[in-house]
Design a binder for this molecule. Structure first.
Ligand code: ADP
Ligand code: GLC
Length: 505
């Protein structure tokens, strides 16, 4: 009999992800992978995080004086025709106490490239190596994971690997696996000719046979079939991806896993994303001192060379410029909004040239109202959250979304399409009376221009004159959002519950 009660037994968790903030991030996967392990460690679990040593990890480390320790050298793995050598380098995940180790898989030929993700023909190989290296690291450290926690397609072969290629090693005898789906739109689908490069030829019969006979392999599907538990990042998205409309072909497999599929809403990292402690904004503030938020609006205008108009509402966007994010609706609706209204907009993002071009054009057309910053900037992202009055997120689909939660936390009213995690976190303010129906933002139901137009008109009405009683009413909505419980400390227990349910610990 264990001497400690089952519910307090610490777990060994191997957490593997293609992105981990602050080292490597393109979106919310980085934020989640940088925060969840830290909160698990605070509960006493032994969490080890593994990601590739991308060029930008080196750059980050250099800039911020991160100390790297080389822990393993001259390792190799046979992937298809290639014997791939790698080493493992360790650094502490910043801000962790107790310290969480991040292990970086070093292979310059595969990872020393400009981006985290590439369109290169060896993308499957880059992430096959990550998975092999993570499990070999466990062997070298004699670290017996209770749970291997995989995230998205880049790590979704690990559940199968634990059950087959590594099953000979007693170290993994009790290991269970969790796959978290952050975005079902990306599945790691490749030609079956590349299967040998995964190093899993010998267990080929476990890949989905219909796919193989059609000449395809799909990393995410393999994870869905073999993970002991599957989580996704909001309850609504969990329901959505089990339907043909949103499942992107995975829905029958998810349905077949039934209760193994659970939706756990992401938390936000309140050490990084809170206006009371934010190190990246010029003026910190809280729900009782919302007048201080105004200084951030002023700083935002100055930084973007926009005139500062305290009575004009400021809209903010921080986003990957991708089809998912719904900017086609902005193209339909925003030009007229700025032609007719005294409102302002700051946009930060990069991606699809179609959307970048649209926002750049809008900024040229309305230079006193709209600014577009093309690129990736952590400080500007924080300043937009702190300095805007509204945050626009008209996503077509959104597994969870973090920016709408950051917005709530910063007293910036989110305007969102009712989908996925947006539907789970934003509630419509229904009236201009004082109770406002308990809402914390603006939600539109149908994904079309008319609905977005309605949402923006409603925003302008709620804003009113931006002064006097209108301002007082607006503040009440802001405060309601700021007081919501959005942090990881509320969520981490749900992951632990999943871990315990599959390990029986
Ligand atoms: P997704 O993961 O789909 O991109 P999320 O809302 O979950 O959407 O997370 C996006 C994260 O990436 C947020 O932390 C957001 O601030 C950040 N982000 C997106 N684009 C940029 C950018 N251009 N500059 C800085 N941060 C960005
Ligand atoms: C994905 C999703 C986003 C989610 C993030 C973190 O990138 O697009 O909605 O918040 O992962 O889970």
């Amino acid at each position: 009999m264990p001497s400690t009660p089952a519910s307090s037994t610490p777990l060994n968790i191997l957490f593997v992800s293609a992105e981990v903030a602050p080292f490597a991030k393109t979106g919310g996967l980085g934020d989640v992978s940088g925060a969840l392990p830290r909160y698990l460690a605070r509960l006493g679990h032994d969490v080890r995080v593994v990601l590739p040593l991308y060029r930008r990890v080196r750059e980050y480390a250099q800039k911020h004086g991160v100390t790297f320790t080389r822990v393993l050298d001259d390792l190799s793995v046979q992937l298809g025709q290639r014997k791939i050598s790698f080493s493992i380098i360790e650094a502490k995940l910043p801000g962790t106490s107790p310290a969480v180790s991040c292990y970086f898989v070093a292979n310059p030929a595969l990872y020393d490239r400009p981006g985290i993700y590439t369109q290169d023909p060896d993308e499957h190989l880059r992430f096959s190596l990550l998975q092999w290296a993570a499990l070999k690291l466990c062997q070298f450290q004699r670290f017996a994971p209770d749970v291997v926690h995989a995230n998205d397609w880049q790590t979704a072969l690990m559940p199968l690997m634990v059950k087959t290629a590594f099953a000979w090693d007693k170290l993994f005898a009790r290991t269970k696996s969790v796959l978290t789906i952050h975005n079902i739109g990306h599945q790691g689908g490749f030609s079956a000719d590349l299967l040998p490069d995964t190093g899993l030829t010998e267990v080929k019969e476990h890949f989905h046979q219909d796919y193989l006979s059609q000449g395809r392999i799909n990393f995410l599907l393999t994870g869905i079939l073999f993970a002991d538990a599957i989580t996704t990042v909001s309850p609504t998205y969990a329901r959505e991806i089990s339907t043909a409309e949103h499942g992107v072909g995975m829905d029958p497999f998810l349905r077949s896993r039934g209760p193994a599929v659970v939706g756990i809403l992401n938390g936000i990292d309140e050490d990084v994303w809170s206006p009371e402690v934010d190190a990246l904004i010029p003026q910190r503030y809280d729900a009782d001192h919302l007048e201080l938020k105004e200084k951030n609006k002023k700083a935002l205008c100055e930084s973007q060379r926009l005139p500062y108009h305290p009575r004009a509402p400021m809209f903010g966007i921080v986003s990957r410029m991708a089809w998912q994010k719904g900017f086609d609706l902005c193209m339909e609706v925003l030009p007229r909004l700025f032609a007719q209204h005294d409102a302002q907009l700051v946009v930060l993002g990069s991606g699809d040239p179609k959307y970048e071009g649209f926002f750049a054009g809008l900024a040229r057309q309305y230079p006193h109202k709209v600014a577009f910053h093309q690129g990736f900037s952590e400080p500007l992202a924080h300043l937009i959250e702190a300095g805007s009055d509204f945050f626009l997120m008209p996503s077509r689909y959104e597994p969870c979304g973090l920016n709408q939660m950051y917005s709530l936390r910063y007293g910036t009213l989110p305007i969102v399409h009712k989908t996925g995690g947006l539907a789970d976190t934003v509630r419509l303010v229904r009236s201009t009376r004082t109770d406002q129906g308990g809402g914390n933002g603006i939600v539109f139901e149908h994904f079309d221009g008319t609905a977005l137009k309605w949402a923006l008109s409603w925003a302008l009405e709620l804003w009113g004159t931006g002064d006097g009683p209108d301002r007082a009413r607006f503040r009440e909505i802001q405060r309601r959002g700021m007081r919501e419980e959005l942090g990881w400390s509320r969520r981490v227990g749900e992951y632990v519950r999943v871990y315990r349910s599959i390990t029986g610990k």
